[in-house]
Design a protein around this ligand. Structure first.
Ligand code: COA
Ligand code: AMP
Length: 630
């Protein structure tokens, strides 16, 4: 079957298509049908089936005689260690951890926050929750205590699983003070915290609340897999929206197993037993789908890499890992490749390694610029496939189905819509646009299995954020076009979300932090172009009347405040004091115009601007800190 046949069949008869894909998953009770229309544009998949995510990711491979195969390879240039966990080891470790959670009173439907670095125990924590039907929510280690507290209050976890520290180049990130601070800030308090003590930093445990990860497991009965309904949430993953309050994306158990399993062969072109590597972090959706669940459900070996593309120790690290572990398909963010290219433009490091086992490089998380794709193609000698998706969908909306039919690559396009995604370009009134014309990218409902059915405890927000703009469609928040061959092009976000080093961040959240500074009367945060990270945040602040302190002091405080409140991951390094912000006559800040001025590119004077002179003032001010050079 060609891609076109498969795609058409998924839209023409979704029931047949997804029920057939569901046969690759082990069910305690198979679903009676695929799609459940819950009315009012809400849908669920496989809702009346019973299954267990951990069983599908671990136990079934052991039962099939593959217990001795590596499930996880942990490669940590940060600690200089490499470890392999077989499927049989993983089963035993996860069952013991799950038993410990049960002994602490955690059961089906309870939430568990996981705050951990890139160690095998992070995956074990996720799988242990899945084993007993608990709903995990992993929080990225680069977020500050305040962000962790917001998530604790939103999902009200019974337990928190954390490590004593994470390791960043040149510094040990002490997680425990961040965790203690977050619990102090939050209204909700977890009953218990399990702490994995790492050699680099041993944390003080708080008696009565904190337990040592290993000591707590002594003498407990390993837990069996608890079958859950197909629509039972496997996890909640918070992602940035327009405001400071993150959105809790809910991932339903059955849909995500069925869809992820389908992608491993059809998109990533790996067979069970092959080594697959996604160089991301368990805190992001790529980590959930492609470091943990998809490779394990499909019976692959997953690489858990604790390091950076450069500096740990050099720009050859990625190539070393691929060669040493015989990685067949490799997935990372364009920023990571740009970092390697910047350090080793001639690709000399790559020549030191035999990469003959590698079949393709997959890029996602942000726009893949043509230079980066071409450079990677040249030095690797393999295809480079851009693909486009979001935390909300959990898997590819548009990609190149290399394992089904490798379509010609058009650089600048993540290729074509994947099965179940009826992707359309709409104008402001919601009418489909002709090929080649730019508009909002929307997906006709229902979305395929594995995508979000709602937001955690926030169905109204779900509707407002995704369903109301274009009735009958899911609004992706991206703008772009489809060409005459059906290839999709992603051009920009339509909201205030920016993408820094493949990390999705909310300028609204940063503005809320800046506005809390006592000397700031008004502010705007925009995403300006960044050669390495794609975009970087820039804050413009207007001071309260009468404030007469050096501007450099105030901007340094602004930078510190964002780091303290949101975390280092915001990469907020530049703030500038300006007299006024450019606005429309109705008072809307002209952020897109500020971005163009900062980037030094041509722009059209907005017809609705209140006072055009402000743009010259802004340009002059930006030039003092190295922007607006064009
Ligand atoms: N825990 C704690 N802090 C973290 C962290 C974590 N897990 N991850 C990143 N940080 C910190 C970094 O140390 C850095 O802190 P600093 O301001 O003190 O230097 C800050 O957050 C910003 O990190 P980052 O944006 O990653 O920039 P960097 O300069 O440290 O590294 C790259 C640059 C290109 C090497 C890095 O961005 C990278 O590897 N990018 C790939 C992105 C990726 O995989 N994205 C996932 C989406 S698929
Ligand atoms: P996240 O939810 O963090 O994965 O971020 C999703 C957003 O990142 C998308 O809505 C896009 O704006 C952007 N994005 C992800 N992949 C791509 C891609 N291949 N090309 C362009 N933008 C992308």
């Amino acid at each position: 079957m060609t891609y076109r046949d498969v795609y058409q069949s998924s839209l023409a008869d979704p029931e047949k298509f997804w029920m057939s894909a569901a046969e690759a998953i082990d069910w305690t009770t198979p679903p009676s049908r695929a799609l459940f229309d819950r009315g009012d544009n809400l849908y669920e998949w496989f809702a009346d089936g019973l299954l267990n995510g951990c069983y599908n990711a671990v136990d079934r491979h052991v039962e099939a005689g593959r217990g001795a195969q590596a499930a996880i390879i942990h490669d940590s240039p940060m600690t200089g260690t490499k470890t392999t966990v077989t499927y049989a080891d993983l089963q035993q470790r996860v069952a013991a951890l799950a038993g410990t959670l049960v002994a602490q009173g955690v059961g089906k439907g309870d939430r568990v926050i996981i705050y951990m670095p890139m160690v095998p125990e992070a995956l074990e924590a996720m799988l242990a929750c899945a084993r007993i039907g608990a709903i995990h929510s992993v929080v990225f280690g680069g977020f500050a205590a305040n962000e962790l507290a917001v998530r604790i209050d939103d999902c009200a976890p019974k337990a928190i699983l954390a490590a004593s520290c994470g390791l960043e180049p040149g510094r040990v990130v002490k997680y425990k003070p961040l965790l203690d601070g977050a619990i102090e800030l939050a209204d909700h308090k977890p009953d218990v915290c399990l702490i994995l003590q790492r050699d680099e930093e041993r944390a003080e445990l708080i008696p009565g609340r904190d337990l040592d990860w290993h000591a707590a497991q002594e003498g407990v009965t390993p837990a069996d897999c608890v079958p859950v309904e197909g629509n039972h949430p496997a996890y909640i993953l918070y992602t940035s929206g327009t405001t400071g309050a993150p959105k809790g994306v809910v991932r339903p158990t059955a849909g995500h197993l069925v869809a992820l399993n389908w992608t491993m062969k059809n998109i990533y072109n790996v067979d069970p037993g092959d080594v697959f590597w996604a160089a991301s972090d368990v805190g992001w959706v790529v980590g959930h789908s492609y470091i943990c669940y998809a490779p394990l459900v499909h019976g692959n070996t997953t690489v858990v890499f604790e390091g950076k593309p450069v500096g740990t120790p050099d720009a050859g690290t990625f190539w070393r890992v691929i060669a040493e572990h015989n990685v067949r398909s490799f997935f990372t963010a364009p920023t990571a490749i740009r970092a390697v290219k910047r350090e080793d433009p001639k690709g000399l490091e790559r020549r030191k390694f035999d990469l003959s086992g590698l079949r393709a490089l997959y890029l996602a998380g942000e726009r893949a610029d043509p230079d980066t794709i071409e450079w990677a193609q040249d030095i690797l000698g393999t295809p480079v496939y851009d693909h486009w998706w979001q935390t909300e969908t959990g898997w590819t909306i548009a990609g190149n189905p290399a394992g089904l039919e490798a379509l010609p690559v058009k650089i600048g396009s993540p290729t074509v819509a994947m099965p179940g995604y009826d992707v359309q370009i709409l104008d402001e009134a919601g009418h489909p646009m002709p090929p080649g014309e730019l508009g909002a990218i929307a997906v006709k409902l229902p979305l395929p299995p594995g995508t979000l059915p709602t937001l955690w405890n926030a169905t109204e927000r779900f509707r407002k954020s995704y369903l109301n703009a274009f009735p009958g469609y899911y609004e992706t928040g991206d703008a772009g076009m489809i060409d005459a061959d059906g290839y999709l092009y992603i051009m920009a976000r339509t909201d205030d979300v920016i993408n820094v080093a493949g990390h999705r961040l909310s300028t609204g959240a940063m503005e809320e932090v800046l506005a809390s500074h006592p000397d700031v009367a008004e502010c705007a945060v925009v995403g300006v172009s960044d050669q390495l990270k794609g975009q970087s945040p820039l804050g413009l602040v207007c001071l309260t009347t009468g404030v007469n302190r050096p501007h450099s002091e105030i901007t340094a405080e602004c930078v510190k405040l964002v780091r303290e409140k949101i975390g280092p991951v915001a990469a907020f390094k530049n703030a500038l004091v300006v007299d006024r912000l450019p606005k429309t006559r109705s008072g809307k800040i002209l952020r897109a115009t500020v971005v163009k001025i900062a980037d030094g590119v041509d722009f059209k004077m907005p017809a609705t601007i209140d006072d055009p002179v402000i743009l010259d003032e802004i340009k002059t001010a930006l030039q003092t800190i190295g922007y607006a050079q064009g």
